[in-house]
Design a protein around this ligand. Structure first.
Ligand code: SAM
Ligand code: DTB
Ligand code: SF4
Length: 332
């Protein structure tokens, strides 16, 4: 597998005439057609695919921890941690190992199977990477799967993370290719794809997804899913985030997405990436139990579990466990 063949930037020349390589597994037109299905038909298809690949009702839980917060050089328009946006967020330096382990032990006790550590960096510096490698090793010793999200990586850094036993690397593509430059200007989609390729070549599982609710519309959502589903192979884990509109960011006033369009996005991710875990990610705190149940019906089989995401709150854990009991969901 060469880096050119496995992760390619499927450019869309214009909104009306999207294009993809002739050998693409998923044509954008086919993905748009899925979005256009009557809701009940789409849900039925998603259920069929889900049940053919997973045990229905099994949901994996990951806990997030921000190990370095704020002051990021990048200008991602949705992010509370960019130094370029006035969000009032207090910066925090890299967390010491013992504090990280306290959080990891609590996550394990609460029943999470994976611990995800996030840092607000464009890319990790040598000293920082060495500290994160120690974190990965020690968190693994607790019997948790590990995931980190540290920004762009060099091939050699990905290799060292793999040697430390890292299970997943999260690096989202966030939005459709043709919109990337409207959301971020300090790095390119190709930079993100290059890092994903290095992670893949190091033998680490890829976690990559995106954000909906940034005013993108159905065509934009189809473009995002096409880019993910046409990776070869698709990411093992696909987080679908609903924008948390932080005051002070360029996307502060994005209108909320129709909840059914959010569910449709989950369903289309499930159908096009049948073997991947689809994670119901940011924005769950604002979702009703009924909406979350629809997302599970649509094929979501993973959540972020714990009182916090990175810089903001997450759904209450007691409420989550009550919902699991009411729906007969099983944590794995
Ligand atoms: N700096 C690293 C990076 O950009 O990959 C890691 C941290 S970054 C906060 C991780 C992901 O969180 C982003 O790619 C984005 O998908 C998600 N995210 C950040 N802010 C968000 C928001 N306001 N609403 C929803 N998702 C968000
Ligand atoms: C992902 O896709 N979502 C998580 C995780 N990967 C790192 C982050 C969500 C962040 C939500 C906004 C915040 O807490 O700042
Ligand atoms: Fe920095 Fe990541 Fe936020 Fe972009 S998404 S500003 S790279 S922390």
């Amino acid at each position: 597998m060469t880096s050119e063949s496995s992760v390619t930037f499927f450019a869309e020349p214009s909104r009306s005439a999207p294009a993809e390589p002739a050998n693409a597994r998923w044509k954008i037109a086919d993905i748009e057609a899925l979005f256009a299905l009557p809701f009940l038909d789409l849900m039925f298809r998603a259920q069929e695919v889900h049940r053919a690949h997973f045990k229905a009702g099994e949901v994996q839980r990951s806990t997030l921890l921000s190990i370095k917060t704020g002051g990021c050089s990048e200008d991602c328009g949705y992010c509370s941690q960019s130094a370029r946006h006035q969000t009032g967020l207090e910066r925090e330096a890299l967390m010491p190992l013992d504090e990280v382990l306290e959080h990891a032990r609590a996550a394990k006790e609460n029943g999470s199977s994976r611990f995800c550590m996030g840092a607000a960096w464009r890319n990790p510096k040598e000293k920082d990477l060495a500290a994160v490698i120690d974190m990965v090793k020690e968190v693994k010793k607790l019997g948790l799967e590990t995931c980190v999200t540290l920004g762009m990586l060099e091939a050699e850094q990905a290799k060292r993370l793999a040697e430390a036993g890292l299970d997943y690397y999260n690096h989202n593509i966030d939005t459709a290719p043709e919109r990337y430059g409207e959301v971020v200007t300090t790095h390119t989609l190709q930079d993100r794809l290059d890092t994903i390729e290095k992670v893949r070549e190091a033998g680490i599982n890829v976690c990559s997804g995106g954000i909906v609710g940034m005013g993108e519309g159905q065509v934009g959502r189809a473009g995002l899913i096409a880019q993910l589903a046409n990776m070869d192979p698709p990411p093992e884990s696909v987080p679908i985030n609903k924008l948390i509109a932080f005051p002070g960011t360029p996307f502060a006033d994005s209108g909320a997405i129709d909840p059914f369009d959010f569910v449709r996005t989950v369903a289309v991710a499930r159908i096009t990436m049948p073997g991947s875990a689809v994670r119901l990610s940011a924005g769950r705190e604002q979702m009703s139990d009924e909406l979350q149940a629809l997302c599970f019906m649509a094929g979501a089989n993973s959540i972020f579990y714990g009182e916090r995401l990175l810089t903001t709150g997450n759904a209450d854990t007691d409420a989550d466990m009550r919902l699991f009991a009411r729906l007969g969901l099983v944590s794995i």
